[in-house]
Design a protein around this ligand. Structure first.
Ligand SMILES: [Zn+2]
Ligand SMILES: [Zn+2]
Length: 178
């Protein structure tokens, strides 16, 4: 077997493994035909975590900001053209597991603390020394990433042509004024 055919075989194997992984249960709110059937579940918590499950979070409130960010830091840590985030008020955020914390100085001059899983490496959340009242999670760390509704693109000045995002989204060269 050549190296290439071995590689293709591996990919096919992985794809099959993916297919047999049971899908998560459907979101209860999506099953409800009308809000009157589930009067206490008009909203439900945003839950998520890392790929291996060691880091978990639960957030009861709705996000205050949702963005794609094309800054160099987000490119480096995502491994592609941008990061995708939901930002919440920190009050009411519960998280568990021992994330590895890594401080970095952002383009804005503010310290961002990235929290990622030391076991599986997934980036999960970020906090900001200058804005301790907010808590940001990576969109794909959500149990249901379909709940992410990007509003804007930040640091578009750093974006690459190959990283094509919804042209309907408002773009900011850097961060919008807060
Ligand atoms: Zn993990
Ligand atoms: Zn960024």
């Amino acid at each position: 077997m050549t190296i290439l055919s071995h590689y293709i075989h591996l990919i096919a194997q992985l794809a099959r493994d993916e297919l047999v992984t049971p899908a998560p249960p459907p979101c209860p709110d999506r099953l409800a035909a009308s809000p009157f059937e589930r009067p206490n579940q008009m909203t439900h918590a945003y839950t998520g975590g890392c790929a291996c499950g060691a880091i978990r979070y639960e957030i009861a409130s709705e996000p205050v900001f949702q963005n794609h960010c094309q800054c160099r830091d987000c490119q480096r840590k995502s491994g592609t053209g941008h990061g995708s985030y939901l930002t919440f008020a920190r009050a009411g955020v519960k998280h568990s597991g021992n994330a590895t914390l890594w401080d970095m100085l952002g383009d804005s001059g503010n310290v961002k603390t990235r929290a990622f899983c030391p076991a599986c490496g997934s980036p999960v959340y970020m906090t900001f020394a200058a804005m301790p009242e907010i808590f940001t999670v990576h969109a794909a760390s959500l149990d249901d990433p379909g709940r992410y509704k990007p509003q804007v693109v930040t640091y578009a000045v750093r974006g690459y042509e190959w990283d094509f995002l919804d042209p309907g989204l408002q773009k900011f060269e850097k961060m919008p004024p807060m």
